[in-house]
Design a protein around this ligand. Sequence first.
Ligand SMILES: Cc1ncc(COP(=O)(O)O)c(C=O)c1O
Length: 476
Amino acid sequence: MKMPKPIKYEEALERVRKIFPDHEVTVYDGDAWQESGLVEDASGAKIASFRLKLVERGPKTIPDVSQISIGEVGKFCGDRFEGETWEERQGIPVYLDYNATTPMDRRVLDVMTPWFLAPSNAGSRTHIYGQNAKEAVEAARKPIAELLGAQPQEVIFTSGATESNNLAILGLAEYGERTGRRHIISTTIEHKAVLEPLDRMRQLGFEVDLAPVTSGGYVESETIQKLLRPDTLLVSVMHANNETGILQPVHAISDLLQGTPTLFHTDAAQTFGKEVNELRSLKADMVSISGHKIYGPQGIGALLVRRRGAEKRPVQPLVFGGGQERGLRPGTVPVALAVGLGEAVRLASLEWETRGARAIEIRQQLLHDLQAVEHYINGDPTRCQPHVLNVSFPGLDSEAFMLATRHALATSNGSACTSANYKPSHVLTAMGFDEERISCSIRLSYGYGCNLNSALSCLARLPMLIPSNDSTVTEK
Ligand SMILES: Cc1ncc(COP(=O)(O)O)c(C=O)c1O
């Protein structure tokens, strides 16, 4: 990736001052490569620190700046800061991390509350409380099945997409052993909730091929076709990638597998309730979904296990107990959560088009505003879900940016499950990007609850952090 030209030292300082208007910005001498600085408010309290990466430092030249990083006090220099920060005074952060989790819809909470308060076990068939609970759980199954073009009895409630993926993959181990099919195909960009069960299958003696993806972030169906073998047990390809929003060619892949004994699983955690028509018509044997990506509760999801004619289901349970969920996922069904998921799905099936249109509006606005600064969209924009934008800003240190803006803006640069420890994204790496490009990438994901104006005003600060392309080097 082309890096921007360094900017003049004074211009770099001016940008920092613009981000912290009305504050004292002081630079401390660093070494030949960088200088650090502190931002103080009127009372002298230190509210942020920053670092200027320097280039071309010589006896007669003033340095130029190739990167501005802003961070917590103590991160780059100075003492630990205690107390209210500049960002905190602006109010709570704007949430732009909808792919990690969505806020729950108030309407969903309202239908769940009575079920939390009533004694409700759908397995208690001897009294009215149990019968009512069973009725509610079965009613919740229906909109989920409808959105997947499936029968309600094919929907198995789980704790979320992680468990669904585990059940879909590890639950096939016995069947694979019995039928002598020990080969699995997936992709390099799957969520860890697929990659890790696949690792486990490897340890159990299965052979796993991870198909590479294009620089546009999608696997080509021809790549999957080339990997197929007579002993291929399963193909597991996610519907859309959680980091980039790039849709995968799941229909073309399912077409490849029609009439073969190879099973097809898709992790649809990011598309269920959004890519409604595509999922409803998809001929997949198994589909994983999650409640908290569609304004439903956390802790509930489902695995669709489609029947193939009169054949016995090949998937075996991973836990054993009271036989609930057709024996595939024993344990008391959390009635309130199931009801909440059902309601979230019912609302999504009514509103998905207006939500999609709103996401397109936000995306267009974002793309328009980002024209002010050099950036690269990660992934093929023609295949991207409208509510996700994974974007690289040359020169931006994305970790430092998120730290500096964390009181104003909630974004991420990877999957929520892996972002606690920074490691270059395995998804962007698989797309062929180098570490430099990955380290300046941010994932923006939004939804219908999003405060567009505050989000955009926060993002408008981005360009100030990024050295521009047209600046030149000057000599004193
Ligand atoms: C593609 C994908 N699969 C699986 C998961 C895990 O879902 P859950 O949190 O419901 O276990 C996520 C959540 O980030 C995801 O984005």
